[in-house]
Design a protein around this ligand. Structure first.
Ligand SMILES: Cc1cc2nc3c(=O)[nH]c(=O)nc-3n(C[C@H](O)[C@H](O)[C@H](O)COP(=O)(O)O)c2cc1C
Length: 342
């Protein structure tokens, strides 16, 4: 199946998600529960459009050489600098076609087979964290569980489960405090102080990634607390309306954080060209979340393979045409924003 056929096949299987040819947040808008964004629902579209405003600068006068898209993270090697972003509670947010454990198993195995790795989510019921984690465990720990900012004891229990599953890193979406299901749901999660974050990070020997960083102020707090990675993310618009797009804040955050920790970014990244643009703005790697749900519902593990192959080919082609032979060659002068070199 082509990627287009995979997306077609997912139609009618995904609840609020109508499996658009391009996942740009328009059709699902403010559906929560569902895959949409909070309030006006505009932020996920804003994320997508910000990448489209960035153009690519060709340079076909750099000589030859093999294109190498491989990326290393905490001692593991991946085919491309792309990870499947965490999506919790598939049955509540999309549809009941799959059991949570079946969906997770397909996602985690499919990503591993395609040479990448899935981040898994968390939620109000213990199963929303534990079922995906079981899939990661049975896949030799090839996954990054993402824990919500619960009270410290609950976080420590989840960190112990993650350790037992053999994972190679762990993340926390500290911005989940703004998610309607958690914010209004009897205070399930609450803002962490920098000291609490440092205590949590110190309590594990796993590399710890803080997800939900939208400015230098937050990046500094996460790094000072001991984070080995940050994710520039507005949670796909699901935690606060009218935030900037992630592409708009990435460069200034990367200028501060480069070399201090691994920089990930997510939000509206859909193609290998978008991945290239993110790296040119200073990211080390990206997360793509909603489109992976589409391809799993369309064609299970094969759908993941089709999507990852397409991302890889687009990234390779862009590197080839812009004069980059390896990821570290990708630089700011290979993109153009709004018609002027930015
Ligand atoms: C239905 C749904 C559930 C999500 N659940 C989680 C979660 O459990 N943990 C988390 O860190 N992010 C979660 N996210 C946010 C995504 O990981 C990601 O940050 C966001 O969707 C932006 O990426 P995208 O535009 O590629 O989807 C969720 C997003 C959606 C749409």
């Amino acid at each position: 199946m082509t990627l287009q056929e995979v997306r077609e096949k997912a139609k009618g299987r995904l609840g609020y998600c109508v499996s658009c040819p391009v996942c740009d947040g328009r059709a699902c808008k403010n559906t929560i529960p569902g895959p949409g964004a909070k309030g006006t629902g505009e932020v996920s579209t804003k994320n997508y459009e910000a990448w489209q405003r960035i153009d690519l600068e060709m340079d076909s006068l750099v000589g030859g050489g093999e294109i190498d898209t491989t990326f290393e993270l905490f001692g593991k090697k991946f085919a491309i600098p792309v990870f499947a972003g965490p999506i919790g509670n598939i049955r509540g947010n999309y549809s009941k076609m799959y059991k949570e454990e079946t969906y997770s198993q397909i996602l985690v195995n499919g990503c591993k087979d395609a040479g990448i790795c899935a981040w898994t989510g968390d939620g109000i019921e213990d199963g929303f964290f534990e079922l995906p984690l079981n899939a990661v465990k049975s896949c030799g720990g090839m996954g990054i569980p993402t824990i919500k900012p619960w009270d410290i004891e609950k976080i420590k229990k989840k960190l112990a489960l993650a350790k037992d599953a053999g994972v190679f890193a762990v993340a926390m979406d500290v911005d989940a405090i703004g998610h309607p299901a958690f914010k209004n749901g009897d205070g399930y999660v609450s803002p962490l102080s920098p000291d609490s974050l440092a205590e949590i990070i110190k309590s594990t020997d796993l590399p710890f990634i803080v997800k939900g960083i939208m400015n230098v102020k937050m990046a500094k707090k996460a790094i000072d607390a001991g984070a080995k990675g940050i994710v520039v993310s507005n949670h796909g618009g699901r935690v606060l309306d009218e935030t900037p797009a992630t592409a708009e804040v990435l460069r200034e955050i990367a200028e501060f954080a480069k070399g201090k920790c691994i920089i990930f970014v997510d939000g509206g990244i859909r193609t290998g060209r978008d991945v290239f643009k993110a790296l040119a703005l200073g990211a080390d790697a990206v997360l793509i979340a909603r489109p992976f749900v589409q391809v799993v519902f369309g064609d299970a593990e094969d759908g993941i393979m089709t999507y990852v192959d397409s991302l890889k080919e687009e990234l390779k082609d862009t590197m080839y045409m812009c004069g980059a032979r390896k990821l570290s060659d990708i630089s700011y002068d290979m993109i153009r924003v709004g018609g002027a070199v930015c």
